[in-house]
Design a protein around this ligand. Sequence first.
Ligand SMILES: [Zn+2]
Ligand SMILES: [Zn+2]
Length: 391
Amino acid sequence: MTETIVITDPDSDRYHTFGYISWWQQEVVRNATVLVIGAGALGNEVIKNLALMGIGNILIADFDTIEDSNLSRSILFRTSDRGRRKVDAAAAAVKKINPDVKVKAWHGDINFEMGLGVFRHVDAIVGCLDNREARLSINRFSWAVNRPWVDGAIQELMGIVRVFRPGDGACYECTLTDQDYQIINLRYSCPLLARQDILQGKVPTTPTSASIVAAFQTQEALKLIHGMEVQPGKALMINGLTNDIYTTEYPVKEFCMSHSTLDPIVELPEASADKTTLAELLAVARERLGPEAVLEFDSELVVSMVCGSCGNVEPMFQRMARLYEEAAVCPHCGTKREMQMTHRIDGTEDFLDRTLAQVDVPPLGIIRARNGSERLYFELTGDEATFLQFA
Ligand SMILES: [Zn+2]
Ligand SMILES: [Zn+2]
């Protein structure tokens, strides 16, 4: 195949020099959608690079706000941004760097709050995180919907860059050691997860290691967008103290928990978290799988909190993983309450007229429908136009 090199006017085209790169297709870059998870030191650099290159749509996900200690490693933030949500400051900075680029800022917790379908509708995912839990979540989500992702990690002057692609080499979870699992399990051992404590891992980083690793991450994302060769399951190890750079390959774990892909995923263009009720989705499931079909959530839905001491019952309709520890305490008498929960909807519930959003399903969520061993995965595709709206 011959590549056409389009040379434009350097005075009027900011992408002029990219035109000299034989494989670079600005049209492909312009049409691409990249999800950047984490707007810290790495995220800032990745987002900056994507903006400079003219990536069409950038979805920035983070749950944090800006504090002074971020300012030494974050090119997109200014002193006046203190207290602002990282995603908002980053999105505003993108528009200043390159007004061609469309952005969407999403403030939330990637572990529990983003619809799985979002991952399906992006071209590349770049993980800019500092903790194992979120990496593990992204890894499982990517596998579930069969999407590649690029991981970056930094500590002092060290860095690691890795591309993971479902079914092609080791995944992130394949690389985890028993010690890694111990650390993760320790944090998840409390049934009402104290999420506040999870993401506080303070790893010493520098703006230089962040820009080095983020530059490699962005390049890998660029290759993925262009359909070029990458090296999934291998790590690029960068040692800034000794200036050693080498790659190493991870073995694939035979019984890795992440190796599971949802199949088949059925897009429901009419369904959305806001409008579709449980009864309506159950009806679709029964139309396709028969009258015995049920809906299943992959995590427990806390329907209500029941106080054994004063008898107070409080409706919750939140997934257990999203509840803070305070929710366990009865607001009336201060006793620890019992959770009433379910993960299956079989049509006998008294809350079937609730919308999916009202049972804590996010936009573009994916819900399993099952009848015996037959299963389907419904995506709330009707949310695509509103959720994936870039400005
Ligand atoms: Zn694996
Ligand atoms: Zn009580």
